[in-house]
Write a protein that binds this ligand. Structure first.
Ligand code: NDP
Ligand code: MG
Length: 381
């Protein structure tokens, strides 16, 4: 099957790779969005013959309109509306949600309601509103395929065996500071934090991988995607990033998915599912890899992971506050406003200081997200 696609966040790391995969496979892309990269967005829209493009930022949206004049491509409005119009566009079958941050929640829900299939890279959407997103997916009977490599791996391992699962095994590379103490990480700079040993990714997720918050967000993502309690998900550090994750079944058998550390593979899986096509990824040779190693995570020196596990177990609004506070703290770290170790301090303070609702509505989740973000921003700016 070759679905007509919309790509939200087409100018980012996942978005550009999705664009590339669609070009490689001859898949039509009808709608694209970005935040402020108007020029790249316009160039992509022209190249793929899109019908619609939208930039979230108001200034970029005005610029995009100029750039698209005379091309016949519609320039959408700024803000959530521009993303929602892309996600719900007639003729689009599958929507790749590759924006960064919980801004992905509103267009994801709108796309599900419009009967679109979802390829979901944006983990913050599930961390903030996973209970509501997954309920709507079930109600609508629509397809939601994860793009995050770990969840893509689990999705593959669970194929036709969902009821037999005993435990999910979520692998983590450990990031660039594996084995470092808190004392050592105190002097980490943004340049050091965005250099991941195995994966090339956007700045925010690279920092999350370094602090291991990423694995905490992924734990929460997995709980929602696969209806698993936190207690049934084990995090294992696997520095080679060859085993992308695994599932242990009732009889003790473990199925794992292995492959190159190349996001184009899980992106393509989510774009073409249930079909599998040849890809551009360089295949790996297990003999050349030689050894695969595994170890338990060091919770003491990665307090962001410990915090995320505790928020995951607490549920309610805790993950939404934590994830939004983390977005704000990581942005401040990347701007040089706070130190690396302070990311944890700021997020933990927000989780403590923002109140808690056990069974939140969508409105309460959005308010919790806003509160977490504001708590961190107000104390920095
Ligand atoms: P990037 O920062 O590289 O790209 C983000 C994209 O979203 C860009 O197109 C950006 O536009 C757009 N965007 C950012 N903020 C907003 C906003 N407020 N409103 C609208 N659009 C916005 O991120 P990644 O591609 O690395 O990550 C995207 C998502 O995928 C994240 O949730 C991440 O956790 C997840 N993910 C990423 C992986 C990776 O390998 N990169 C792996 C697994 C998951 P602009 O260019 O204009 O700023
Ligand atoms: Mg991942």
């Amino acid at each position: 099957m070759k679905p007509t696609m919309a790509i939200l966040g087409s100018t980012g790391s996942i978005g550009r790779q999705t664009f590339d995969v669609c070009r490689f496979l001859g898949i039509r892309v009808a709608a694209l969005t970005a935040h402020s990269s108007a020029e790249m967005l316009a160039a992509q829209a022209v190249e793929c013959g899109a019908e619609y493009a939208a930039a979230y930022d108001a200034e970029a949206a005005a610029k995009l309109k100029e750039l698209l004049e005379g091309t016949g491509i519609e320039a959408g409005p700024p803000g959530d509306e521009g993303l929602i119009l892309a996600a719900c566009r007639e003729g689009v079958q599958r929507v790749m949600v590759a924006v960064s941050g919980s801004v992905g929640l509103a267009p994801t829900l709108a796309a599900i309601d419009a009967g679109k299939e979802i390829a979901l890279a944006n983990k913050e959407t599930l961390v903030c509103g996973g209970s509501i997103v997954m309920r709507r997916v079930r109600e609508k009977g629509t397809l939601l395929i994860p793009v995050d490599s770990e969840h893509s791996a689990i999705h593959e391992c669970l194929y036709r065996r969902p009821g037999d699962m005993k435990k999910l095994i979520l692998t983590a590379s450990g990031g660039p500071f594996r084995g470092w103490t808190r004392q050592q990480t105190a002097s980490v700079t943004p340049e050091m934090a965005v250099r991941h040993p195995n994966w090339s990714m956007g700045a925010k997720i690279s920092v999350d991988s370094a602090t291991m918050m990423n694995k905490g967000l992924e734990l929460i993502e997995a709980m929602h995607l696969f209806s698993a309690p936190a207690e049934d998900i084990e995090i294992v550090v696997h520095p080679e990033s060859i085993v992308h994750s695994a599932v242990e079944f009732r009889d003790g058998s473990i199925l794992a998915q292995l492959g190159p550390a190349d996001m184009r593979v899980p992106i393509q899986y989510a774009v073409t599912y249930p079909e599998r096509c040849a890809s551009q990824a360089e295949p790996i040779s297990l003999a050349a890899v030689g050894k695969l190693t595994f170890e338990a995570p060091d919770m003491e020196n990665t307090p962001c992971l410990a915090l995320a596990v505790s928020c995951a177990k607490r549920g309610g609004t805790a993950p939404a506050v934590m994830s939004a506070a983390n977005e704000a703290a990581v942005a401040a770290f990347l701007r040089g406003r706070i130190g690396y170790n302070e990311i944890y301090d700021r997020v933990a303070a927000a989780v403590d200081g923002c109140g808690f609702t056990a069974d939140p509505t969508l409105g309460e989740l959005l308010a919790a997200d806003e509160a977490g973000r504001r708590f961190v921003r107000e104390r920095i700016d």
